[in-house]
Design a protein around this ligand. Structure first.
Ligand code: GRF
Length: 201
């Protein structure tokens, strides 16, 4: 299966997915990486792995919808079966989400439905939570609101700050995201009736 990954930054999740494909743990191939930022380090990771990249800056587009239409075209140029958001820091409109619904995944650094949006680690600390984590979900038009597929938890210690929590969560992300992508490419995972279904359940 052909996987296209959208990034805006470091791309450590992208790297985890590339590695999983290379090691045969994920039965697919990252065929393209698209970034809205020209300086995203993930572009270097992709180039190092011999993967085609494209920068599509959101600047110069009149509105979100026209940017999203260009993004749809860019993803389709790569012939994507699965579209993976991995630190892509743009709010997507129904123009994009509707084009790929059911084969569009996101990873969000909180135990959804808690802490949609930004600064999730600090918000978990501020709330005094003793556990925190990461969620992979199907993307719908509602920001960080699509059906959750899988989560991984980390313990919050009294010594944790936002950086240490982010580090712990990232380690979990790098295991969880390739695993969920693998379920999808193996045909085990679907979205239907607003829910995520793994092996029909
Ligand atoms: C991750 O924390 C992910 O959960 C969030 O953005 C971050 C991306 O990190 N959506 P990276 O670019 O994959 O290192």
């Amino acid at each position: 299966k052909r996987i296209v990954v959208l990034i805006s930054g470091s791309g450590s999740n992208l790297q985890a997915i590339i590695d999983a494909c290379g090691e045969g743990r994920l039965n697919g191939q990252v065929v393209g990486v698209i970034s809205n930022k020209a300086d995203a380090y993930g572009l270097t990771r992709a180039a190092t792995a011999g993967i085609a990249t494209q920068v599509l800056s959101h600047k110069g587009f009149a509105d979100r919808e026209s940017y999203d239409a260009a993004l749809v075209a860019a993803v389709n140029d790569f012939g994507a079966d699965l579209v993976v958001l991995a630190g892509f820091m743009r709010i997507l409109t129904p123009v994009f989400v509707g084009a790929f619904e059911g084969r569009l995944l996101n990873i969000h650094p909180s135990l959804l439905p808690k802490y949609k949006g930004l600064n999730t680690h600090q918000r978990a600390l501020d709330a005094g939570d003793n556990e925190h984590g990461v969620s992979v979900h199907f993307v719908t038009a509602e920001l960080d609101g699509g059906p959750v597929i899988a989560q991984a938890k980390v313990a919050v210690d009294s010594s944790d700050n936002a950086d240490s929590l982010a580090h712990k969560v990232h380690l979990k992300e790098h295991v969880l995201y390739p695993m969920v992508c693998g379920w999808f490419v193996d045909g085990r995972l679907q979205m239907g009736e607003g829910k995520a279904w793994l092996d029909g359940q």
